[in-house]
Design a protein around this ligand. Structure first.
Ligand SMILES: Cc1cc2nc3c(=O)[nH]c(=O)nc-3n(C[C@H](O)[C@H](O)[C@H](O)COP(=O)(O)OP(=O)(O)OC[C@H]3O[C@@H](n4cnc5c(N)ncnc54)[C@H](O)[C@@H]3O)c2cc1C
Ligand code: SF4
Ligand code: SF4
Length: 1017
């Protein structure tokens, strides 16, 4: 079993001694995180490594960093600057005090549109900078794939490169100055050498020392530094003797900020960066060249580059197929293909006028004809299709990373750069090397600059390390033969620092050490990277070390789909449940998180609302996955699965299922939370309030009989306060009001239905039935108006409680009461089985309830019947949209008084791709324009937002996008939200500013109905 993380509060390893955590806590305003779980969460990045940090500081200000670095200096504790931690080479892991600058040090200092420059703090995310720059018609053009997560500090640290580097260069070409804090406390602005303020003796000596090394090594630099643009390994010693195809400065002059770029936090802590911006290209065209072989694509790349494109990106056959297998990407990729190409190149041209890129696109078509491939180019001039195809290109890697089993695509030769004339041979020979070692790789990315990404599939728990070394040796020999660069994009870190000597030779390696010592004589800045490095295959640094073990867990849910092994060459998987996971697949599902950091999102999509609200690693999908992985492998101590550390990591997870859809590797944290809750409540019991909420479907029939009594909590003065005190329900909220006119009671009174003849079975969930029966009535009216025979779902005759309404069991699942949930689910499956068997559609209203039938029901061990039910279960909007598309649905809808609707999607609708259907059915109402709020979770999430302890964070989630959009909507705009909690949050969140009511989409349709049957069920 893996050794537990050490207790860290007192740090002696580097000889300083003293209580670091306590001293930091006294000296800084930011968060000081030294507990095991926090350190565990910062012990990994997107690489294969795991090194336990001494502790973590999340500074509130630069002064916090100054204070922390002073204490570390005194105690001889290393310091490790960190942005999003999306490095692939292990740059951001180390036995050091990790300084996470993303939460607070993320401001834009100044934008000078005339000079086209911006000054930023290091924790600012690239997409957020570019959103601000768009208003000025500018952008920062180093467009890394991780633009939604990558920070400018991390990008400078890694000398990052974007898809359009052929036009704009790497970070080093776009950084003008860096204000830095050295390990010894010195502060200086590094910029053009001629303008450096060398008045302070320490700075003067440093600059003189660097210049002397530069002058001394001029010839060696010319001999050893690869003359390609994509070279990011080692220090940029060629500032003194330019070697890059693209000079770092327009006039070749020395800028000392460029020595810090790519230094991976080993020389200084960057506190401010001045960036060179570029005008936003006004016009773009895209030519997609289809090739019969990958070799041919690589051969042609250099000719295409001669046309001056802004990007030439490769997508190979494997990725084409993966994209075709994804419903969202299928139409996009198909539109780019001619026949069955083995590879495509995405060739982009930009220009100030439309003519220029169009002219060059024509030239591309002509060129391909000259190269013997006439008719091979799909021309895209409209922005929409271009954007969609770029998204596919970006997502390709992510789809590839979702491979189950212990063998994973491993990044270690992913960004070797070779001159374009050798690209085809390099790809061909390396493919053979993979085959020799019993693996394969998928090729993609930056053909324009000779940097093709490829990750061979290796099992790092078994023979992966040996194969990694062998493949790296052979790849490096080729890179040398072709005079390329071993590290062309992702940096050195732990995986490639040992290759610095190989690439640059002993003399420059020594010079690099001198540079390091001039900046950081005490060796405290991110030690062990670039110089004086460990070996890439030092297994003691691996995340999955040879002794990595998952502890046995008797899981409540069925995780067997994850418990498989994979044959990388044949591309086959073993049967579910045969992967050898002692945690029955739960462990392997957790291990799917490769720490790429994609969940650190603030813009599009839903994932991850708790992180968006808190900006804390602990409350991020990645943070949760890491906590679970450490717990399941014994690294957080005994019985850690039911520890408070894991409970705290899940505390703010609202089970929105955003990660299920948006995490590239499909980490499904909502399901993992159910599993965790199950073990937690078994170990610790369930407090009364949670028990009350969980069992609501069971006592609901009684409450509905005496609604005046059940609703007293919001009627009697002071009762809400008491409920907060005793039960933990926030007094600032009203609770959903119980109704006497429940839908099912009225439906019963309406007499028997011909169940056997119904085309649609309406599954009315607990919340709709007891709290908003008008929604179910609206559904009935709409379905009948559409000409459908509707049966309202009931428990089967053989049910132990036939009179009690059916329930999906969601409240039980949320509390981890899996057995109770299973019992409810079984009732539903049994009751609906006859309808499913005769092909009726099962239609529901509440996304979280109905979609349980398609999601959680499948992991409750209910067999084939549950699978068949899942295939027939639809949200009402999905059903109506599908029927409309087939031409069967004819609803007599009239225009409404309102001409606009603002639609907020329930998280589960988004996770199951149902938003298009809601838009589609609302679009059936004549003259109704529908706008969608680009929102994540509303923050209510079942009972989450009612909990007094969660009230603030719940509102913070809503304030991210939803509530501001609702408040900004004109009073006569219809608000549409299909989730009952979402509607409640909108009502609560707007109460102070003039309460707004949101409707389920089916109520909007009902209002627009002409001549529909108005009778209740
Ligand atoms: C799926 C995927 C796709 C990727 N695509 C690209 C790509 O297209 N192009 C590319 O270049 N890279 C890519 N990367 C690698 C990575 O995302 C980039 O290098 C990114 O710029 C790193 O930013 P970050 O904020 O995560 O930095 P981190 O990983 O947190 O840090 C990077 C380095 O910078 C140092 N650093 C951070 N802040 C400071 C500071 N204030 N002072 C001094 N040093 C500091 C760190 O110590 C570390 O050495 C990709 C990674 C993944 C997982
Ligand atoms: S949870 Fe998913 S998105 Fe987040 S880091 Fe892990 S793999 Fe990436
Ligand atoms: S379910 Fe939602 S809140 Fe929970 S980790 Fe996933 S994205 Fe975050």
């Amino acid at each position: 079993m893996n050794a537990p993380l050490a207790q860290p509060l007192v740090f002696h390893r580097h000889g300083g001694g003293g209580d670091l955590a306590a001293r930091l806590a006294r000296a800084v305003e930011g968060d000081v995180l030294f507990d095991r779980a926090s350190r565990g969460r910062y012990s990994t990045d997107a690489s294969i490594y795991q090194v336990e940090p001494v502790g973590v500081l999340v500074p509130k200000s630069i002064d916090d960093v100054r204070a922390a670095m002073a204490i570390c200096r005194e105690l001889a504790v290393p310091v490790l600057p960190r942005g999003a931690g999306s490095s692939q080479c292990g740059q951001t892991v180390g036995a050091a005090l990790v300084i996470d600058q993303t939460k607070h040090l993320n401001r834009i200092g100044a934008i000078d549109s005339e000079a086209m420059t911006a000054t930023v703090e290091p924790g600012l995310v690239l997409d957020q900078l570019n959103a601000a720059l768009r208003l000025h018609g500018l952008w920062f053009p180093v467009d890394v794939s991780t633009s939604a997560q990558a920070t400018l500090g991390g990008m400078a640290g890694n000398n990052s490169c974007g898809s359009r580097s052929i036009a704009y260069g790497n970070m080093v070409h776009n950084v003008l100055a860096i204000d830095a804090l050295l390990g010894d406390g010195t502060e200086a602005r590094f910029g053009p050498l001629a303008a450096m303020d060398t008045g302070a003796p320490r700075v003067g000596a440093l600059v003189a020392g660097l210049a002397a090394i530069g002058a001394r090594e001029r010839d060696e630099v010319a001999r050893q530094v690869p003359k390609v643009m994509r070279r990011v390994g080692g220090y940029n010693i060629d500032v003194f003797a330019p070697q890059s195809e693209r000079p770092y400065t327009p006039d070749g002059s020395v800028n000392l900020a460029h020595l810090l770029v790519g230094s991976e936090g080993t020389l200084a802590w960057t506190r401010q960066i001045t960036l060179q911006l570029a005008p936003l290209p006004r016009h773009r065209t895209l030519g997609v060249v289809n090739f019969p072989t990958l070799y041919r694509a690589m051969e042609c790349a250099r000719h295409i580059v001669g046309l001056g494109p802004s990007a030439v990106e490769l997508v190979d056959r494997t990725m084409i197929d993966l994209a075709r297998g994804n419903p969202a990407f299928q139409p996009v990729i198909s539109a780019a293909l001619i026949g069955e190409p083995e590879a495509i190149l995405l060739v982009e041209f930009t220009g100030e006028t439309q003519d220029d890129p169009v002219r060059r696109l024509r030239a591309l078509v002509a060129l391909m004809g000259d190269l013997g491939l006439p008719g091979s180019v799909v021309e895209m001039t409209a922005p929409g299709p271009q954007k969609a195809l770029w998204e596919v290109r970006k997502a390709g890697l992510n789809i590839m990373m979702s491979m189950k089993g212990d063998g994973k695509p491993v990044s270690f030769i992913e960004d070797c750069a070779v001159p374009l004339e050798h690209l085809a041979d390099y790809v061909d020979r390396l493919t053979q090397v993979f085959a020799k070692h019993g693996t394969r790789g998928t090729w993609y990315a930056h053909a324009s600059v000779g940097t093709l990404h490829v990750r061979p599939i290796l099992d790092m728990r078994r023979d992966g390390a040996a194969k990694m070394r062998a493949i790296a040796e052979e790849a490096s020999a080729m890179v040398r033969e072709y005079k390329g660069a071993f590290s062309g994009e992702h940096g050195d870190g732990l995986v490639r620092s040992e290759w610095v000597a190989w690439q640059f030779g002993p003399r420059l390696t020594r010079a690099f050490e001198e540079i390091k010592d001039l900046f950081d004589p005490a060796g405290l800045m991110n030690p062990g990277k670039i110089v004086r490095a460990t070996k890439m295959d030092d297994a003691s640094l691996f995340r999955f070390r040879p002794d990595h073990r998952t502890l046995p867990v008797a899981t409540a849910l069925d995780w067997s789909a994850w418990d498989v092994q994979h044959d990388p060459v044949a591309g086959t998987f073993t049967a579910p449940g045969t992967g050898g996971d002692p945690a029955r697949g739960f462990g392997k599902a957790v291990d799917m998180c490769n720490n790429n950091g994609h969940c650190r999102k603030f813009d599009a999509g839903a994932m991850c609302p708790s992180f968006r609200a808190t900006k804390d690693e602990q409350h991020l999908t990645r943070g949760r996955a890491n906590t679970l992985r450490l717990a399941l492998s014994g690294q957080l101590g005994p019985d850690a699965l039911t520890s408070e550390a894991v409970r705290d990591a899940f505390d703010l997870c609202v089970s929105c299922k955003g990660c299920r859809r948006e995490c590239p590797t499909g980490v499904d944290m909502a399901k993992m939370k159910i599993e965790f809750q199950h073990h937690w409540q078994r170990a610790h019991g369930l407090p009364l309030p949670a028990r009350l909420v969980a069992h609501l479907p069971r006592w609901a029939p009684w409450a509905a009989r005496v609604p005046w009594l059940a609703n007293l909590r919001d009627a009697l003065p002071g009762a809400a306060k008491l409920s907060e005190k005793w039960l933990g329900f926030s007094a600032k909220r009203t609770l959903p009001a119980w109704r006497r006119d429940t839908f099912l009671r009225a439906a019963d009174a309406g007499g028997a239905q011909d169940a056997a003849a119904a085309d649609v079975v309406l599954f009315v969930d607990t919340f709709t039935n007891y709290f908003e029966p008008e929604n179910a009535r609206a559904a009935l009216s709409v379905l009948r108006a559409g000409g459908y025979r509707v049966h309202v779902a009931r428990a089967s005759d053989g049910d132990a409680a036939p009179a009690r309404p059916l329930c999906c069991g969601r409240t039980f699942l949320a509390a981890g009461l899996v057995d109770e949930a299973k019992a409810e689910a079984r009732r539903v499956v049994t009751a609906l089985a006859p309808h499913v068997a005769r092909g009726a559609a099962i239609v529901g209203l509440e996304p979280s309830c109905l979609l349980s039938l398609r999601d959680e029901f499948l992991v409750l061990g209910l067999g084939e019947a549950a699978q068949r039910l899942a295939e027939r279960a639809f949200l009402i909007e999905e059903f109506l949209a599908r029927e409309h598309r087939t031409g069967r649905l004819r609803l007599p809808l009239a225009p409404l008084p309102e001409s606009r609707a603002l639609l907020h999607g329930h998280c589960h609708q988004k996770a199951f791709d149902a938003m298009g259907a809601v838009r589609e059915v609302l679009g059936l109402v004549p003259n109704l324009a529908v706008d969608v709020v680009e929102s994540s979770c509303c923050g209510m999430a079942g009972s989450f937002g009612y909990d007094a302890a969660h009230y603030d964070v719940s509102l913070r989630m809503a304030e991210q996008a939803l509530l501001p959009a609702v408040r900004a909507a004109a009073p006569d705009t219809l608000l549409v939200a299909d989730g009952t909690s979402c509607r409640h949050q909108i009502a609560d969140g707007t109460r102070a500013s003039g309460a707004r009511e949101a409707l389920h989409c089916v109520r909007v349709l009902e209002r627009a109905l002409r001549g529909a049957d108005p009778r209740p069920a």
